[in-house]
Design a protein around this ligand. Structure first.
Ligand code: PHE
Ligand code: ZN
Length: 882
């Protein structure tokens, strides 16, 4: 809990450690309430920081029993313990071994960091600073050691004993106890350590690497869940093959293990050779998991596997470099998904995600650079900015270098830094040296926060037959950064002729691109680009593929957006045009609603939607993306200030209903044509059909017509897979109709013993726009399947209410805010990381109308005034208030 005014840690204060630790031998004796850890460290002074005679180790919440130096027991006058660690005085001048014996209590660990017992399984989570809750250590990523771990436990309690690396010995002991010893030959930082023990079922497979080595693959799950591992295993093998093919990276141990647990703070963790997953991202069967679940499993299994090279073999020097592994690994998993599924759809999904999560962060009080320069609690920096914007920065480098040079740069990065702890500078230098491309201005992206705004103004000069594009950039101030330098922004552009086809591009003073794709570099505050031989007035398609994470504004109007929505050959920009067009109509309608004017029906927009629905050449998932209106949160962002959530909700619902009335027959036809009969397959093509079909169902139901509701009810009753079942239930649960409660009850009764499916049931009710939602959420907290101790439950019920139900969270009396704040404070005593994350729901508070702003401010102030706050919640609350 809060020590007076927690002090920030700053990047500029980084220094190497006084000592290195080359080897760690752990002997862990497990029992639910006491885990005894004997740890022997091979310590060596750091030659570049000579003359240090005391060794300071991190340690938190440990009960210290013994200390030995070079095998000799030390008296209490030789060491000092405090709440954050242990100092050993008068250590020898050369190398020495240090043994500590200590205890911790896994059963009492509700923060889920360090060693904890949940659902009968002992499990560890060490990133970022959890290892110090297991034993004393230089718990920092630049200290890399070889680990040997011996686990002992009662066999009946924990028949399976796992740690990193290879199992080198195991055996039975007296009194029903047994042990296993694991050895990981690759030096690693302590945050990659893992240990798991418990009664687990196992699914096995194998992979042969490019150089012909056999790797034993295992997924461990709670017994009974073995039939839900096939998709994760398949994704793992595809990820291993893909990393060999695309990045030339092979797996390096003889065994790769995944463990799925039900209590986990994050999505998953890349511990060396022993990934630990939130079971939501492993377990899937057609009847229990949706298409989105399958896609997430594929992406996250790949993400954690890819960390073996980008994160583990090359790790981070310090936590400020977090994006070095996360941004890069997200980029890699995005590319993997793009290759496995549809590249266009994946890009749309990623940009959607960036805009809903990262843009508000970057434009609010919690804005920070992709590489932050200070933090109070590092756990608060596993953010959309570090991950998603971090990935966008790598993508821009990829765009600037091209595939081939990017690969050369990456190869150099791997050869130079393998086995080391690296920095963002190391990464940029390797990419630049390997490719010959100068990235010095580009580097600003890493330390400058905020979303840049790019203004584009294009003009056709008929006399010169030239197209002149003027671009300018500004980046708004962010906390601590009032002044911004211009960035290096790659912008892919195209020009469309009257018929909608791409015109050949002949830049003046540039090089023509081979494919018609053309990337220009905006590097100054203002810059003009000219294209010759443009014989008729074109429509520009700017920022194709979203080549930079910026907000683009231009002198294009509704007519041009409609044209681009109908014709752009770049699928991302075609979608973007649809969003822009819809957003123009919607923001107009929102204003109309507040002024008592009549909203537009959007017949022009509906006309293009009709063509798109009738175009057999388009993939169904892309069509679904094209016709989904911008989310309420997205519209709130577009409006930016004085946001009225009720007007947004009503205008959007009204426009949905209006489109549905205009296109009912088309939606119905697409619904019928996109059935996926036969055995369920989670592949992208079948999933795309279901997605389009369910989008159409949603539209039809938006009319409130009885036949549409009946259709949803029928789909719910007959669905043989979770995607269709959830989609239909979603329609019913969010509609004020008699079928609502009946369907929710039927779903509950069928799935009440399945914790992952129950999370869907919680989330669905928490996101309902109906007026009784908050009281329903309160009631559901008393449901036997709910627990504040389980992060997935908290996220499903309270998290979805706070972040995915704009209308009800922002209820005008402030009751939604007070409810969430109450839960944040209760959770802070149980799990500060999860509490702080939930508090993130308040980050955009300044964009709302004054009454709601006042309620949110008051709520935040009440949180800050609490006597005992974790560093996690303290940092988010104080920074949010600003
Ligand atoms: N490093 C994990 C990942 O992104 C995320 C994580 C962070 C998990 C901290 C647990 C704790 O793959
Ligand atoms: Zn990661």
């Amino acid at each position: 809990m809060r020590t007076e005014d927690p002090r920030p840690i700053a990047l500029k204060d980084y220094s190497e450690p006084d000592f290195w630790i080359d080897e760690v031998h752990l002997d862990v004796d497990l029992a639910p309430e006491t885990a005894q850890v004997r740890s022997t460290l091979a310590v060596r002074p750091n030659a570049s920081r000579p003359g240090k005679d005391s060794l300071r180790l991190d340690g938190e919440g440990l009960e210290l029993l013994e200390v030995h130096l070079n095998g000799e027991k030390l008296g209490p006058n030789r060491y000092q313990e405090d709440e954050s660690g242990l100092t050993i005085m008068e250590v020898p001048a050369g190398a020495f071994t240090l043994t500590t014996v200590s205890r911790c209590n896994p059963a009492a660990n509700t923060a889920l960091t360090g060693l904890y017992l949940a659902g009968g399984i002992f499990c560890t989570q060490c990133e970022a600073e959890g290892f110090r809750r297991i034993t004393y250590m230089l718990d920092r990523p630049d200290v890399m050691a070889v680990y040997r771990t011996r686990i002992t436990a009662e066999k009946a309690l924990a028949p399976v004993l796992l740690a990193n690396g290879n199992c080198v010995e195991s055996g039975v002991l007296e009194d029903g106890r047994h042990f296993a010893e694991w050895h990981d030959p690759y030096p690693k930082p302590s945050y990659l350590f893992a240990l798991v023990a418990g009664d687990l079922g196992c699914v096995r497979d194998a992979f042969t690497t490019a150089s012909g080595r056999e790797v034993d693959l295992r997924i461990y799950v709670e017994p009974g869940n073995e039939d839900r591992c096939a998709y994760a295993m398949d994704a793992l093998k595809r990820a291993m093959a893909w990393d060999e093919k695309v990045f030339g990276r092979e797996y390096d141990l003889d065994i790769f293990m995944i463990v799925a647990v039900s209590a986990f703070n994050m999505g998953a963790m890349e511990n060396k050779g022993l990934n630990i997953f939130n079971d939501k991202y492993i377990l899937a069967r057609p009847d229990t998991a949706t298409d989105l679940d399958f896609a997430n499993i594929e992406a996250i299994v790949a993400h954690e596997y890819f960390h073996n090279w980008t994160g583990n073999r090359i790790t981070c020097r310090d936590w400020f470099q977090l994006c070095l592994k996360e941004g890069l690994t997200v980029f890699r998993d995005q590319e993997f998904t793009a290759d496995m599924r549809s590249r266009a759809v994946k890009r749309i999904a990623d940009v959607r995600m960036l805009r809903t999560h990262q843009f508000p962060e970057d434009g609010g009080p919690l804005a920070h650079p992709v590489r932050p320069d200070a933090y109070i609690e590092i756990n608060n920096f596993y953010t959309a900015t570090v991950y998603e914007k971090g990935a966008e920065l790598v993508r821009m480098i990829y765009t600037l270098l091209g595939a081939e040079k990017f690969r050369k740069g990456m190869d150099l990065y791997f050869t130079r830094h393998d086995g080391r702890a690296a920095t963002v500078e190391d990464f940029l230098e390797a990419l630049s040296d390997g490719s010959g491309v100068d990235l010095s201005q580009f580097k600003r992206w890493y330390h400058q926060a905020g979303t840049p705004e790019v203004m584009a103004s294009g003009k056709w000069d008929g006399a010169q037959q030239e197209y002149v594009l003027q671009l300018s950039q500004v980046c708004p101030p962010t906390p601590g950064q009032p002044h911004k330098e211009p960035l290096h922004i790659p912008i892919e552009i195209g020009l469309l002729g009257e018929d909608g086809a791409d015109l050949p591009l002949s830049p003046i003073g540039g090089t023509a691109a081979a494919s018609g794709a053309h990337v220009i570099s905006l590097t100054k505050r203002e810059q003009t680009f000219r294209f010759k031989n443009v014989t008729a007035k074109p429509v520009p398609s700017l920022l194709r593929g979203f080549t930079a994470p910026v907000k683009l504004s231009s002198n294009l109007g509704e007519r041009e957006w409609a044209f681009l929505m109908a014709h752009d050959s770049d699928p991302f920009n075609r979608w973007e045009a649809a969003q822009k067009y819809a957003s123009m109509i919607l923001t107009g309608n929102i204003a109309a609603l507040s002024n008592g004017k009549i909203p537009r029906a959007g017949t022009g927009f509906a006309g293009i939607v009709r063509k798109i629905l009738n175009d057999p050449g388009l993939e169904p998932e892309f069509v679904a993306q094209m016709i989904v209106l911008p989310a309420e949160q997205t519209l709130a962002q577009a409006i930016g200030q004085d946001v009225d959530v009720e007007a947004i909700h009503s205008a959007r619902e009204a426009f949905r209903a209006s489109l549905a009335e205009q296109l009912y027959a088309e939606f119905e036809r697409a619904y019928n044509e996109n059935e996926t009969p036969g055995t369920y397959s989670p592949d992208a093509e079948a999933a795309g059909k279901r997605s389009l079909r369910n989008t159409c169902l949603g539209y039809m139901a938006a009319t409130g017509r009885a036949d549409a509701i009946a259709l949803a009810k029928n789909q719910f009753d007959t669905a043989d897979n979770m995607t269709d079942s959830m989609a239909a239930l979603g329609v019913l649960a969010h509609t004020d109709c008699p079928e609502r409660e009946e369907a929710l009850r039927a779903f509950h009764d069928r799935w009440k013993d399945d914790h992952l499916v129950m999370d869907k049931w919680f989330a669905l009710q928490a996101t309902s726009p109906l007026p009784g939602t908050l009281s329903r959420v309160r009631e559901l907290m008393a449901h036997p399947a709910f627990s504040l101790r389980n992060p997935n439950k908290v996220r499903a019920l309270i998290g979805s209410f706070a972040t995915a139900n704009q209308l009800r969270f922002h209820e005008s009396g402030g009751e939604g805010y007070r409810f969430v704040a109450e839960q944040v404070l209760a959770l802070d005593k149980i799990n500060p990381q999860v509490a702080a994350r939930l508090l993130g729901a308040f980050k955009s508070w300044r964009q709302f109308e004054p009454v709601r702003q006042a309620h949110m401010r008051e709520t935040l102030e009440r949180i800050v005034s609490q006597a005992e706050l974790s560093r996690d919640v303290y940092e988010i609350a104080t920074k949010t208030l600003g």
